[in-house]
Design a binder for this molecule. Structure first.
Ligand SMILES: O=C(CO)[C@@H](O)[C@H](O)COP(=O)(O)O
Length: 224
C-alpha cells in the first residue's frame, strides 16, 4: 500500500485540553498533527500561533507538526514556527510577496516546505518552484473554518496535481484538507492524495481510534 498519512486538524480539538487531545489522536494512530494558523486577515478567523506549537513540543509531542499558515504576510511566521518546533510549513502563494524566497526560508530552517491552493486558486503558482516543494496542499473547502463540506471539483484538481508531481519525478507529498471523512477518503486517495487532513471527522467522534482505523481500512481498498 502507498504510504498514506492521516493528519488530524487540531482546529476541531478541545482547546481547553489541547495537549491531551493531541496525545489522544497520536495514540489512536495519527501520523501527523495538522496545525491551522489563522490571522483574521488572510482568513476570517483567529486561531493559534507559535507559542502553542512550542507548548505542544514542551508537553512531549514528538510527532511531525504540519503548520498550515493562513496568514499574510508569511515570512515572520515561518521564522517563529521554525523556532517553535514545526516539522513542515505550508503557506498560500497569494499571501507571500516573494513565494520563492518564502520557500527558501522554510528550507533554510531544515523543514519541509509547501504551497497551499484554495479551491479556486489556479495551479500556475507551481510554475518554476516545483524543485523547491516537499508538499502541495489542496484545500477542498474555503479556508477559515472546520466542519465544511468537501468541494467535489477538488477531485479533478487532485488528479491534475498528481500528474504534475509524477511528471516532475520528485517525491512531493500531495495533501488534501477540508471535508475529508470515512465515506470519501478512498475516492480522494484514488484521485491522488497521499496525506489527509481531517478535523471534525476525527475530533467530532468520541472514539478517535475507531475513525482513524476506518479511514485506514478505506485507504487499503483504494485502487492506486
Ligand atoms: O484549514 C482548515 C480550514 O481552513 C482545515 O484544516 C479544517 O480544520 C479541516 O476541518 P474539517 O473540514 O476536516 O472539519
Amino acid at each position: 500500500m502507498k504510504n498514506f498519512l492521516i493528519a488530524p486538524s487540531i482546529l476541531s480539538a478541545n482547546f481547553a485540553s489541547l495537549g491531551q487531545e493531541v496525545d489522544a489522536v497520536l495514540a489512536a494512530g495519527a501520523d501527523v498533527i495538522h496545525f491551522d494558523v489563522m490571522d483574521n486577515h488572510y482568513v476570517p478567523n483567529l486561531t493559534i500561533g507559535p507559542m502553542i506549537c512550542k507548548a505542544l513540543r514542551d508537553h512531549g509531542v514528538t510527532a511531525p507538526i504540519d503548520v498550515h499558515l493562513m496568514v499574510r504576510p508569511v515570512d515572520h511566521m515561518i521564522n517563529e514556527f521554525a523556532k517553535a518546533g514545526a516539522t513542515m510549513i505550508t503557506f498560500h502563494a497569494e499571501a507571500s510577496d516573494h513565494v520563492d524566497r518564502s520557500l527558501q526560508l522554510i528550507k533554510e530552517h531544515g523543514l519541509k516546505a509547501g504551497l497551499v491552493f484554495n479551491p479556486a486558486t489556479p495551479l500556475h503558482h507551481l510554475d518554476y518552484v516545483m524543485d523547491k516543494l516537499d508538499m502541495i496542499l489542496l484545500m477542498s473547502v474555503n479556508p477559515g473554518f472546520g466542519g465544511q463540506s468537501f468541494i467535489p471539483a477538488t477531485l479533478q484538481k487532485l488528479r491534475d496535481v498528481r500528474k504534475l508531481i509524477d511528471a516532475s519525478g520528485r517525491d512531493i507529498i500531495l495533501e488534501i484538507d477540508g471535508g475529508v471523512k470515512v465515506d470519501n477518503i478512498r475516492e480522494i486517495a484514488e484521485a491522488g492524495a497521499d496525506m489527509f487532513v481531517a478535523g471534525s471527522a476525527i475530533y467530532g467522534q468520541a472514539d478517535y481510534k475507531k475513525v482513524i482505523d476506518e479511514m485506514r481500512s478505506e485507504l487499503e481498498k483504494a485502487n492506486v
